[in-house]
Write a protein that binds this ligand. Sequence first.
Ligand code: CUA
Length: 316
Amino acid sequence: MPLSHLAACEGRQSVLNPAGRDAQDVLGLIWVMFGGALLLWVLLGAIFVYVTRVEPREMPRRWGEALIIGGGVIFPVVLLGALLAYSLPMMAPQRAAEAGLKVHITAEQWWWRVDYELPDGRRITSANELRLPVGRRTGLVLNAHKVIHAFWVPALGGKVDMIPGRETYLSFQPEKPGVYRGQCAEFCGASHALMAFETVVMTPEDFAAWLKAEAADAAPPASGEAYRGAAVFAREGCGGCHTLRGTQARGQVGPDLTHVGSRKSLGAGILEMTEDHLSRFIAHTEALKPEVAMPGYDHLSLEDLRALAAYLKGLT
Ligand code: CUA
């Protein structure tokens, strides 16, 4: 089943189900603003009923002026000023990049380049999935390649635009291990709605182990079929666009596939990662993701497709 169909019922992509400090702050702000708006609505409704039903006479001029200056100028200035004072201090921590792990995320058409920068400067390249340690603040450095996109993981924090030529920042402090869905939130072309990703929040120990595995080179084929798949990968020139670290494949155009088989989703959050979906995606790329740069490889035989899928799924 496409992952997108699961999202709504599980609350994995909802600001109402916060799983991090930043999302908690945002939700607090939502409730305060909702409460304020409700109060204002009730107050205005009461005034309206009073002047039309209870006391429908002409109001003394002094009263009218007091209502305009008090209710039209002073009250909104105080209310909006208070909301501003309450919300402004929330912004700085949501952008604070602490020393430690930093993740560079670049929005492509229509997928995510994800680069983990370790404190020692080393970089580990991945794609289409974000992994974060629970309880720590991780800085996110956001960029876009061709057009404006927006980075949004509602369960973990606010939404920030990703703008070509201008770096933007965000940081997350997740508080509950789990898998949360992120979604591009700025229209960026034909496959905008198909530009999602999973954020996996892990315990610091699990995260360290995962990062170590992610830093390793691509695993060699482990079965006869996977071996044949590796040959198809080489023969079809997949390495011209995709990187498999430790092999001849060093393409930079498409997502890094070094550990593609370990990801939860395929095609930037649109399909669950299975061998069947891999062969379907490779054969009918354009049908599954309109206007994507990768052509569909529907000329491959079913055996070749299956072998290729087995090879890629084995890249964990
Ligand atoms: Cu990327 Cu919308």
